[in-house]
Design a protein around this ligand. Structure first.
Ligand code: S3P
Length: 442
């Protein structure tokens, strides 16, 4: 990562206006590269997110033997086939990306070689036991630092023992790691999730020709079954716009008076759209138009108009469908009429930063009234926020973008210590906001 990039954000000079497209979906981009590397044949990927996180995955798949090149705006991957990856010659550095590290752990567990994975200071502080502990049951050996932290060595087993695993927390990353390991196990891998989480892995495995059975569980959640060893066959992939990135211009346009924008071609997977549902409950003028299917994914254009929002009570069952959107939702709630309660946010504590703590600090530094009760975040909205705060982003891209949105709507300029990490998921964020009229001066 490059040098620190501080940014001072003043209130937007006018309403935000215009039509924009956000970069490709981060979750789908990581998976497209990994699955293409595990497939037999050549995959073309269009719309890949070219953010730091995904570039780390591209680099890792190269180090594992796949040919990965970028040509004329598309990415071309010549895969090695399941069980065909090779031992990397050096440490795999996953940068800031939890998704890359967790998903790749599953792949490495059942490939017969030794590898070492590390990451930046944020990623080295995040828990890897949630994948290394269950994946050890395949026969792979994981050696981590104390507290299951990176760097981590993996001695893969080759054809492994298939897992039957019930996730202790609703995590798409852990589910995906178990399924990816299962591709090179003998027999049925079964994962149960306590609540449905994003299903991009299941969808893409099917797209690459592997059978995946999904059953709804009677109490709640889902059971996913996959039979190994599996064969993946190269398929072209078209990556939709990332709803988690669209969240930032959308909330900015709701909060900056006089705004009217369109965010085009945003992915509408129902397990990702919790924020948009919540904003509508808050009375947002947010409309999905021109819904269509492209490359097997439903996408649509989001039409957004500024207007007063009202407080909301977001149930814990909605968390997986908007897990990355809470910091920016919290900003919206700080400007809403009434007191909002966002429930069940324990998982926010283990994101790129402790997002519960860093979101509270962001809001408090800028004059919002907020507190935590157990795992719930409570925000007393007000008509306008004083702003003027100094914000620490703790190497967290979504904190930096949420702080930017807050600054555009607050009275006094907001000082952000570092916006460099925005590159991990949303390259071009500042210029995209400026095409809408945000007037950011990097
Ligand atoms: C992701 C899953 C989520 C999310 C992350 C991307 C994925 O993490 O926060 O940004 O692509 O599977 P968890 O599985 O830890 O909830």
């Amino acid at each position: 990562m490059t040098a620190q990039r501080p940014l001072t954000v003043s209130s937007a000079p006018t309403g935000l206006t215009g039509r924009v497209r956000v970069p490709g979906d981060k979750s789908i981009s990581h998976r497209a590269l990994m699955f293409a590397a595990l497939a037999e044949g050549r995959t073309h990927i269009s719309g890949l997110l070219e953010g730091e996180d995904v570039l780390r995955t591209a680099e890792a798949m190269r180090a594992l033997g796949a040919k990965v090149v970028q040509k004329d705006g598309r990415w071309i991957v010549d895969g090695c086939g399941v069980n065909g990856l090779q031992e990397p010659a050096d440490v795999l550095d996953m940068g800031n990306s939890g998704t890359a590290a967790r998903l790749l752990s599953g792949v490495l567990a059942t490939h017969p070689f030794m590898s070492i994975m590390t990451g930046d200071a944020s990623l080295r502080g995040r828990p890897m036991g949630r994948v290394s502990v269950p994946l050890s049951e395949t026969g792979a050996r994981f050696v981590t630092r104390a507290g299951h932290k990176l760097p981590m060595a993996v001695e893969g087993t080759g054809k492994g023992k298939p897992l039957h695993y019930r996730l202790p927390v609703a995590s798409a990353q852990v589910k995906s790691a178990i399924l990816l390991a299962g591709l090179n196990c003998e027999g049925e891998t079964v994962v149960e999730e306590p609540a449905p989480t994003r299903d991009h892995t299941e969808n893409m495995l099917r797209h690459f020709g592997t059978e995946v059975k999904v059953e709804e569980l009677p109490e709640a959640g889902r059971r996913i079954t996959l039979k190994g060893p599996a064969r993946l066959v190269a398929q072209d992939v078209l990556v939709p716009g990332d709803p988690s990135s669209a969240a930032f211009p959308v909330v900015a346009a709701l909060l900056v008076p006089g705004s009217e924008i369109v965010v085009e071609a945003v992915g509408q997977n129902p397990l990702r759209t919790g924020l948009f549902k919540t904003l509508k409950e808050m009375g947002a003028s947010l409309e999905l138009r021109d819904e269509r299917t492209e490359g097997g994914e439903v996408i649509g254009d989001l039409h957004v108009r500024a207007g007063r929002l009202k407080a909301v009570d977001v149930p814990a069952v909605r968390v997986p469908s908007m897990i990355d959107e809470y910091p920016v939702l919290a900003v919206a709630c700080a400007f809403a009429e009434g007191t909002s309660r966002l429930r069940g946010l324990a998982e926010l504590r283990v994101k790129e930063s402790d997002r519960l703590a860093s979101t509270v600090a962001l809001l408090e530094a800028n004059g919002a009234k907020v507190h935590v009760e157990g795992d719930d975040l409570i925000i007393e909205g007000q008509k306008s926020l004083p702003g003027g705060g100094k914000v620490q982003t703790h190497m967290d891209h979504r904190l930096a973008m949420s702080a930017t949105v807050l600054g555009l709507a607050a009275e006094q300029p907001v000082h952000i210590d570092d916006t460099a990490f925005i590159e991990t998921s949303f390259p071009g964020f500042v210029s995209l906001m400026n095409t809408l009229g945000a007037g950011l001066k990097p």
